[in-house]
Design a protein around this ligand. Structure first.
Ligand code: 5AD
Ligand code: SF4
Length: 476
């Protein structure tokens, strides 16, 4: 089939230039306002926190056009799917979902379906959607979110499918409308993209080069959130420790942490740290500011130096331990979590044993564990994926048992203790029970009365499980 559209290119996305990114200010064009009056939208979000935050931008843009939210996709005039490409399974889930939406399109031919996020950056995925999923009207890339109003306008007026995906992006766009999905916790982007190029990872291709937002814009955003009553922010970046390096200024993530802490926001978290750039100014900032939460996520990915080298992680097992041990010593009482991949190409039994023993060494509070998934376009995709499925699954299971053991062991210290919980609302499983998180990011389910979302309350822990704590509200 001849294609009459331009495909994105992961190859093009690989390139990095040295230029400092331009900052541009967004304006919603008058002609798009009112286009969504009386109409509804629904957004389905997959993947990481960056995607959660991007969906809030999509919602902000749509509401700026007059659309209002629909809880149920059946009631929507526009459905957007914000996709994830980090593993094959995430992509398959999206394709299943898009397939199921065909029925809604048959019932309502005016329904507009848009697909954005990381899958939209991959040429193969875009080709598949353009050829096999004709119910999708708009494909927009991670760098093209602010084009949504224009794309919707064009689809409505021409009835043609639209695709806009830039493979590269050198800009930081400020003042884009946002509709936050929570009223007490907020995501705050501090930088976009990733320059690390871990050999298995698609993110540096789908999200482009590292671009830091100016500190003034970040601090202003947090100050506004404090004024609006927000209790917690999470500073977001694929690798927050590299903050500021692309701006060519002498201002690091440690400096930013200190300045954000001065806004007086009650709780500060950050995601994700790469061990490579974790410096002493960061450790000092974390230690000296009580509103920076005692929780650090420090992905190890593997405990074997040869595999780490093939992953292009830039540290050895020993170097990771040296940093980890230093953090553990200098930040007592902190919770530590990690990400681990099993079944990377050529991972031998011995290499996997090294990962298990690394978990014994670090005794993480929790670990997010994944089976390696081959991503076309990444260097690891050229390596022979020689670990069979059964071995990968067995390794994952053995690893998960160890992870649960240490998670449980770490949680024991909270038994009978009084902890501070920021309340998210009712628990997912039981509408008589509230849930929220401690400063160490421990999930607490608890009973009590007169509690509202966004309250910070004291809870006595009565029962300890591996991945959550149970308790009762302490009356003050
Ligand atoms: N296969 C499996 N897991 C992956 N991750 C990233 N890319 C892959 C892949 N190709 C994991 C890493 C990363 C987390 C967000 O997802 O552990 O830290
Ligand atoms: Fe992917 Fe590595 Fe960048 Fe994390 S640091 S987004 S794993 S390339």
């Amino acid at each position: 089939m001849k294609k009459d559209y331009k495909l994105p290119s992961l190859n093009e996305a690989r390139k990095r230039d040295k230029e400092v990114s331009d900052k541009v200010t967004f304006f919603l064009d008058e002609q798009y306002k009112g286009l969504g009056e009386g109409k509804k939208y629904h957004i389905i979000t997959h993947g990481c926190q960056a995607n959660q935050r991007d969906s809030e931008t999509m919602a902000g843009l749509l509401e700026g056009m007059g659309y209002s939210p629909a809880d149920d996709e059946k009631d929507a005039d526009v459905i957007l799917i914000n996709t994830c490409a980090v593993r094959q399974g995430a992509e398959e889930k999206v394709l299943g979902e898009v397939g199921a939406l065909k029925r809604l399109k048959t019932l309502n031919p005016d329904l507009i379906i848009g697909l954005g996020g990381c899958m939209a950056q991959e040429e193969e995925s875009v080709k598949t959607i353009m050829e096999k999923y004709r119910q999708v009207d708009i494909i927009f890339g991670t760098h093209n979110i602010t084009s949504l109003p224009k794309l919707l306008y064009e689809v409505i007026s021409t009835k043609q499918r639209k695709i806009e995906v830039f493979s590269k992006m050198g800009e930081i766009i400020e003042s884009v409308p946002v509709t936050r999905f929570m009223t007490h916790k907020a995501w705050v982007n501090i930088m976009y993209g990733c320059n690390k190029f871990c050999s298995y990872c698609i993110v540096p291709y789908t999200r482009g080069k590292e671009r830091s937002r100016y500190k003034e814009d970040i601090i202003y955003e947090v100050e506004q959130l404090v004024k609006d009553g927000y209790k917690e922010i999470c500073l977001l970046g694929q690798n927050v420790n590299a903050y500021g390096k692309d701006l060519g200024i002498n201002y690091t993530f440690g400096n930013l942490l200190n300045d954000v802490a001065k806004t007086g926001i009650r709780r500060i978290r950050f995601m994700t740290s790469h061990p490579w750039d974790f410096d002493d100014t960061m450790i000092d900032a974390i230690r000296n500011n009580p509103n920076i939460m005692p929780y650090i996520h420090l992905p190890i990915q593997s405990g074997n130096t040869q595999i780490l080298k093939k992953m292009n992680r830039r540290y050895s097992r020993e170097e990771y331990f040296a940093l980890f041990d230093k953090l553990k010593k200098q930040l007592p009482g902190f919770a530590f979590t990690t990400d681990i991949i099993v079944g990377f190409p050529n991972e031998s039994d011995e290499a996997f044993e090294d990962t298990l023993s690394a978990v014994d060494h670090c005794q993480y509070d929790n670990s997010f564990t994944f089976i390696y998934s081959k991503r076309e376009g990444t260097p690891a995709a050229m390596m022979e994926d020689d670990v069979d499925r059964k071995t990968k699954e067995e390794r994952l299971q053995r690893l998960n048992e160890k992870v649960a053991y240490y998670a449980n062991l770490n949680n024991q210290r909270f038994k009978d203790q009084i902890v501070e919980v920021l309340v998210d609302g009712f628990s997912k499983r039981n509408s008589k029970v509230y849930s929220g998180y401690t400063p160490e990011n421990k999930l607490v389910n608890f009973t009590g009365e007169g509690i509202s979302t966004g309250d910070i309350v004291k809870v006595k822990i009565t029962e300890v499980m591996s991945f959550s704590l149970n308790g009762e509200l302490v009356k003050e």
